[in-house]
Each structure stands twice: as C-alpha cells, then as structure tokens.
Design a protein around this ligand. Structure first.
Ligand code: SF4
Ligand code: SF4
Length: 380
C-alpha cells in the first residue's frame, strides 16, 4: 500500500522565549531541544497533569510515551496534562516487535495507545525494543510494516521511528533501510557508544532522540572531576544536557522528568542553548581524558567474569567503580551500592579469584570489590 501524505501536518508549537528548536531529521518538524520522557511520571496524578501542562507551556513539544512504562500507567499518567493542548505537539507511542507480531496485533496496539492518550493520531510511533535481527520480521507480509503503512495511509500515524539497544553498527544498517524517520538511543557524557550511529543519522537526515541524557540519574550528582575536565562550573545535569545538545546531529534530549523543579532547571539549563561544535569538542576531550584514568583497566561490561559463586553482580560493581574512579560520581555510586541486595553485596567475595582468571582486561576485581565495600560503609 502506498504511503500517503500525513493527514495532520500543522506546524509544531514553539515558545522561542523559553525554548530552542531543531530540525527533526528530514520530517520538516521543528522539535524542542529538550523533550520529556514520560516514563518517570509518578503516582501523583495532580502533579503529573501540572508537569505535562507546564512542559508544554515552557515550549516542550515532544513527549515520549508507551503503554508499558510505569507498570502500564505511563500513558494514563501523561494524558490529563495533554488534554486540549495536543495541537502542534508530538506525543510518541511505542510497541514492541517480535517474530509472531502480526499487523493486526500491532494495529490494535496503536489504537489502544491512541485511546488511552485521547489522541486521534500519533505524529511519531516507535517500533520499540528493536534490533537488526528484527528487520526480517518487520518486513514479513502481514507483519508490522504493513500495519505501519496502513496506519500512515489512514492518518493514524505520521512518522515512524525505532528505539532499542542493539550494536551501533546494526542500528546503522537499520537506518540505511530508509524505513525510519528517527531513532531513539541512549546518549550521554559517560555513554557515547552510539556516536557513530548518531553521525550517520545526521548524514541521512534521520532524527535522533537522545534518551538518558543524564545517564538515567548517573549524572545527577556532583562531580568536581567532571567540572574540571569539561571546563564548566555547572551542576552535573546541566553539563550533561549541554553535552548532548552540543552534538549537532542530536534532534532532542529526552529527559525523564518527574518533578517541577527538575523540569524548570532543565529548561533553564538548555532552553536557550544552541549546538556548539567547539564546546562539544572540549567536552569530548575532557570526558575522554577522564575515561583513561584507569588506563586499560576499564571494565567494558563484557560479562566474561560471570558467574560468581558468591552471587555478586561483578559487571555492575565494576561499572560503578568506573563511574567513581573515572568520573568522580562518588555520591551516586555510594547510593547504588546501598541499593544492592545483601545477598549480592561486594563484601561477600570469598577471594576465589575465578573472575579474575576470566577477565580479558586483567582487572583486579577482588581489590576493587574491597574498595567498593569500604566506600559503601562510609556515610556520604
Ligand atoms: S573472587 Fe570474589 S567476586 Fe570473583 S568469582 Fe570469586 S567470589 Fe566472586
Ligand atoms: S570480565 Fe572484566 S571487563 Fe568484563 S565485565 Fe567482568 S570485570 Fe568487566
């Protein structure tokens, strides 16, 4: 079935006095530099409504949702704040793909999510939890692509994106199919894995939504090391957002915001911020320098050290060690250590050494676990 022109093509809302806008790939849409991930909305429905409404008031015109976040409540929590205000606003929906997902099932899900949100169309709909492996299922006759094409032809959706965690080289192949208008991937100062994909997306005119720009909270805490390395005397979340938005190929930084304070601070930090190639280079150099603090002894999360008979999540702990020693995020690391269940704590290490025999990076895992145990016992 041919893809027709979208039925809803009004320009997006803009509030230039508080927010900057960027081209959303080749869609012709101007998306707000800061967008709102609705997966962190909480149980306070009054606050949720005020948050979403205030975000629109401040110029945010992209809201990322799916039925599956927040124990199935994400879109219910988002909908009240959108009521009567959706003209010129992107609210994206998302549905997963699997080998047995039929066009019928996918279509039903689009309709269900529209219904919950009180929308008559999605300006963006995401194929969620996507990977290169799933492309062949997407293309099968009677499968997801058929559903997307029909929904587009009927004006139920305008643009199609994907989200996921596949390897960057695989996602590059995905965007090179020409099937997608956007991709949504994690991107922040301490996770630059997808930079090759982001660059290629820029070349192809595919919009990029940076998720976890503040590292899912990792970059929420103070770090003198980061401040010094990137040459900015700012709170870490503001630095983190500026880093993401310094990359000219990023369309929008999608931050999960659950309080009014967070929203106001983020808008204040980057609402008026323009991409800055020189700043981007400076920050990249700074974080690269920090990254080399541990030399070759940087945990790469490969997982070869597993299993641990004492039940310790070694890659998790070694990742925390990286954040502590390289990026100075000591408060965050202490907090995460406190959240490790007692039967998985670093202190349970029996010194057997099996993990070190298996680690390709020759990490002194036992010594690091001891340091982490010591850190966990200190009060912040
Ligand atoms: S040395 Fe400690 S962490 Fe490593 S496998 Fe043995 S018990 Fe687990
Ligand atoms: S094997 Fe070494 S590098 Fe790989 S996850 Fe374990 S500690 Fe990290």
């Amino acid at each position: 079935m041919p893809i027709t022109e979208p039925a809803h093509n009004e320009p997006l809302q803009t509030k230039p006095e508080t927010m900057r806008y960027r081209p959303f790939g080749r869609t012709g849409l101007q998306v707000s530099a800061l967008s709102m991930g609705c997966m962190r909305l909480g149980e306070d429905m009054d606050l949720n409504e005020r948050l979403v409404a205030r975000a629109i008031e401040m110029g945010i015109n992209y809201f990322e949702t799916t039925r599956y976040y927040c124990d199935g409540q994400c879109q219910h929590r988002t909908a009240p704040g959108l009521k009567g205000k959706t003209e010129g606003i992107i609210v994206s929906g998302k549905e997963s793909i699997s080998p047995d997902k039929t066009a019928y099932l996918f279509r039903k899900e689009i309709e269900r999510q529209l219904d919950i949100l009180g929308l008559d169309h999605f300006k963006f709909f995401q194929v969620g939890w996507f990977s290169w492996e799933m492309v062949r299922h997407l293309l099968k006759p009677g499968s997801v692509l058929d559903a997307l094409r029909r929904a587009k032809a009927e004006g139920l959706i305008q643009h199609v994106g994907f989200t996921g965690h596949d390897k960057p080289e695989n996602f590059i192949r995905c965007i090179e199919t020409g099937l997608f208008d956007s991709c949504t991937v994690p991107y922040n100062m301490v996770n630059r894995t997808y930079e090759p994909l982001i660059k290629r997306a820029g070349e192809l005119g595919v919009g990029v939504v940076a998720m976890c720009p503040v590292g899912g909270g990792v970059l929420g805490g103070a770090s003198d090391e980061l401040k010094e390395a990137v040459g900015m005397d700012l709170p870490t979340p503001a630095m983190a957002l500026k880093f993401v938005l310094s990359n000219p190929d990023i369309s929008t930084a999608c931050s999960g915001m659950s309080t009014m304070e967070m929203l106001e601070q983020n808008v204040e930090a980057v609402g008026q911020f323009e991409p800055d190639a020189a700043l981007f280079e400076t920050i990249c150099e700074g974080v690269d320098r920090l990254r080399t603090t541990l030399g070759d002894h940087f945990c790469t999360s490969c997982g070869y050290c597993r299993p641990c008979d004492a039940g310790i999540g070694i890659p998790h702990h070694m990742g925390l060690y990286n954040l502590w020693k390289c990026y100075g995020l000591v408060d965050w690391v202490r907090e995460r250590l406190a959240a490790v269940p007692a039967d998985k704590a670093a202190s349970l290490c029996t010194d057997c050494g099996g993990c070190e025999d298996r680690c390709p990076n020759d990490l002194p895992i036992r010594e690091r676990l001891k340091e982490l145990t010591e850190l966990a016992s200190q009060t912040g």
